[in-house]
Design a protein around this ligand. Structure first.
Ligand code: LER
Ligand code: MN
Length: 265
């Protein structure tokens, strides 16, 4: 298991300095945001060229909405995902994190043509993922579908929702990413949930119950970490949380806690 940290959590102005701090704290990689990558990719590549720190993943940052009612917005999202798959490949990252939509449904309820709006959304997303899978194969990176809790989206709240969608795409490069903060709200048992998607699991977001760093809330990471270890999970877990001041020493403290747990389970 390798551990990454989202770029915005690292207390520095320049990317070069963030890489230095990530390395000093003991992270293996940095997760970058998908915005403005065109302008930033060269300096990101330059910054990691002399470091052991890698780029684990790209988090979203594309325009549009894959489940918008407006064709232009869907096309923008499809194009934006394709562009970031290329960047992921150039950065040597595992893939791009994709949240199909935030908030309420934007499509109409077409009952009885579809059972409900969720069925229509699922069918639309599956067709889009079939298009995107071809690019992901070419670039040899994953599209990492992220289930998000019910307060942020109505669509794909649980890891099994993502597994079911992927099983209908018949794609090679569509995978699940599991976020401990969202799982803590939506799943009955963290370890069982991990187990239910382990064959498709290619990335994880790390946060405690209160979205502070692991060790600062009440999530019990032991059983899910043991499941990951038992099944030889070899991809990244990336910190996505709020870090209380002083940021650098709290990141260090939490990372120590996570590494010790992984060793112990
Ligand atoms: C949003 O809550 C989240 O978890 C992000 O990873 C989505 O991009
Ligand atoms: Mn997340």
């Amino acid at each position: 298991m390798k551990i990454s940290c989202q770029e915005n959590l690292l207390p520095a102005e320049s990317f070069e300095e963030k890489v230095r701090i990530a390395e000093k704290i003991g992270f293996d990689a940095i997760e970058v945001w998908g915005r403005d990558l065109d302008a930033r990719i060269k300096s990101i590549l330059d910054s990691i060229s002399t470091s052991r720190v890698k780029i684990s993943t790209i988090c979203s940052g594309y325009p549009g909405d894959l489940l918008s009612l407006d064709r232009k917005e869907r096309e923008e999202a499809i194009h934006g995902v394709i562009e970031r798959l290329k960047y992921a490949s150039e950065l040597g990252a595992v893939g791009l994190i994709v949240v199909p939509t935030f908030g309420k449904p934007k499509l109409p309820d077409l009952y009885p043509l579809y059972r409900d709006v969720l069925e229509l959304e699922r069918k639309l997303l599956i067709e889009e993922l079939r298009i995107l899978d071809k690019y992901a194969i070419d670039y040899d990176v994953y599209i990492l579908l992220e289930p998000i809790n019910r307060y942020e989206t109505h669509f794909m709240n649980r890891v099994l929702d993502a597994v079911k969608i992927i099983s209908e795409v018949y794609g090679e490069k569509i995978a699940v990413m599991a976020d401990f903060f969202h799982m803590n709200i939506e799943e009955r048992d963290l370890s069982e949930s991990i187990l239910s998607c382990i064959h498709l699991l290619r990335h994880i977001h790390l946060a405690d119950s209160n979205r502070l760093p692991p060790g600062f809330g009440h999530t019990d990471f032991r059983a899910p970490f043991a499941t990951l270890k038992k099944h030889g999970y070899k991809y990244y877990m990336a910190y996505e949380c709020r870090i209380p001041e002083p940021v650098e020493s709290n990141l260090e403290k939490s990372l120590g806690y996570v590494k010790k747990l992984i060793e112990e389970v």
